[in-house]
Design a protein around this ligand. Structure first.
Ligand code: NAD
Length: 434
């Protein structure tokens, strides 16, 4: 086992090793073993130790039907007065009726805030906080896709700590404490139930993030029954979103890219790749829905600790300006960003190709397997019936330059890309995607 760890000695000067993880050294190790086992990283291997921090949601409940028993699962955590944050589509579907009945049946006072929109705005967050303050709530539930969960996370923060949102933007700025928080994803998905991130739309079109372990929830309830009625296009887009999380986490250039995230990303891709077609063609298959929910959660844990990069940076201007759903925005630029990254990342993409598409195991050579992986992702989008070009979603060619300059504002994400991206590169990627 020891022999599996072969850091690039050329790059390990005495002061560069453990304190400044070296990407070239790490890549070489991973080319040999994508699953470095912590047990062989003994204290004696100091120059092979890559420091990292891994945070996740402390309690995960994965069970069909668990949401209908919310009082038993989460009542004690949430306290007597709850703000239930969700969206109007789910109200219409009655998707959370059983959860409310469970809470109210146990004597809990529940205030429902159900006006969260896709790509939720700061204004919506402020309205949720006002509703929570008026009801003097003791806990928050975020029930829905990433939009509802993200609003619930920051509402819990602002209500619990009295912090100002403008002091909380960015990485590690939110201090807490927050109110008790329970998240219930109904898409599979963003993985927001296990990420320290909340994405809000500020002004007309800027997507901005709060990223701090403080907003990880106390409990995430993963109930596959809730996703059985998710329409095909949302199922496909959110499923590809989860695959993007796993791919970008695995290849992230962030110094905190770590063996746990890489292992989780691979298992996520295995589950998502094996089930994404089934959930679109057979929406009522609860096992496949459960596998997708699990896969999106694992991908969320992976990228929560090994952050995403240029696919997301280039997707944000598409979502922010043209209100294209987040997963679809990612899918539209995915193959073009991976092709751009391939000169620096083909080994990494080759490592994970067969996780998502087992038939690619027989493709010899990293470059060929990487190319086949990108083609397979393009083919998957077609198979799932997704639009594949920016023009298909009515983005005019004249918008591409502004989108490229907007994408460059996502420095928080671009620094994680395995290949540096300049504005001219972003424009070329958008042109290829158009
Ligand atoms: P969403 O929450 O915006 O919901 C999209 C639509 O799906 C809504 O109309 C909703 O009513 C409907 N829907 C949700 N669940 C349903 C169900 N079970 N049955 C029927 N309809 C259902 O979609 P999303 O893709 O989950 O979230 C996107 C948001 O999440 C974006 O704002 C994005 O920026 C954010 N995001 C956050 C993170 C994070 O880590 N916090 C990660 C990725 C994306």
């Amino acid at each position: 086992m020891q022999a599996l760890f072969r850091p690039d000695r050329r790059s390990h000067s005495p002061d560069s090793a453990a304190s400044t993880p070296d990407r070239r050294g790490r890549l070489e190790m991973r080319a040999v073993s994508p699953y470095p086992c912590p047990d062989v990283m003994t204290a004696g291997d100091t120059d092979q130790m890559q420091p990292f921090t891994f945070n996740t949601t402390k309690s995960l409940v994965f069970r069909p039907g668990a949401a209908a028993e919310m009082a038993e699962v989460a009542g004690a955590t949430l306290g007597p007065r709850i703000l239930f944050v969700t969206d109007p589509g789910l109200t219409k579907l009655g998707l959370y009726d059983a959860a409310l009945a469970s809470l109210r049946g146990a004597g809990t006072t529940v205030t429902v805030f159900d006006t969260v929109e896709a790509d939720p705005s700061r204004k919506t967050l402020e309205a949720a906080v006002a509703a929570g303050r008026a009801a003097e709530v003791t806990g928050i539930v975020g029930f829905g896709g990433g939009s509802s969960m993200d609003v619930a996370k920051v509402a819990a923060l602002l209500l619990g700590s009295g912090e100002d949102l403008d002091d909380a933007w960015g990485v590690g700025q939110a201090k807490g404490p927050r109110l008790p928080l329970v998240l219930v994803p109904t898409t599979a998905g963003t993985g927001s139930e296990v990420t320290p991130v909340s994405i809000l739309t500020v002004g007309e079109e800027e997507k901005r993030g709060v990223s701090s372990p403080v907003i990880l929830p106390d409990i995430a309830i993963l109930d596959a029954n809730l996703t059985l009625g998710l329409p095909g296009p949302i199922t496909a887009a959110t499923g590809v979103d989860a695959m993007v999380h796993a791919i970008e986490a695995y290849a992230s250039a962030n110094a905190n890219n770590n063996p746990l995230s890489r292992m989780l990303a691979r298992e996520a891709l295995r589950l998502l790749g094996a089930n994404i077609r089934t959930v679109v063609t057979t929406p009522g298959d609860v096992e496949a829905r459960g596998a997708m929910l699990l896969g999106s959660m694992l991908a969320g844990q992976a990228f929560a600790n090994s952050p995403v990069a240029a696919v997301h940076a280039l997707a944000y201007p598409i979502g922010g300006t043209f209100h294209i759903p987040h997963g679809l925005s990612n899918a539209l630029v995915l193959p073009h960003v991976l092709r751009f990254n391939a000169p620096d990342a083909h080994t990494l993409y080759a490592e994970i190709a067969a996780d998502a598409f087992p038939e690619l195991a027989s493709v010899e050579g990293d470059q060929a397997r990487c190319a086949a992986f990108i083609e397979a992702l393009e083919g998957l989008a077609v198979e799932l019936g997704m639009p594949t070009r920016l023009r298909d979603v009515d983005i005019p060619e004249t918008a591409l330059e502004k989108m490229a300059s907007d994408a460059m504002l996502q420095t928080r994400l671009l620094v994680n890309n395995p290949r540096p991206v300049e504005e001219r590169d972003a424009l070329a990627i958008y042109r290829a995607a158009w």
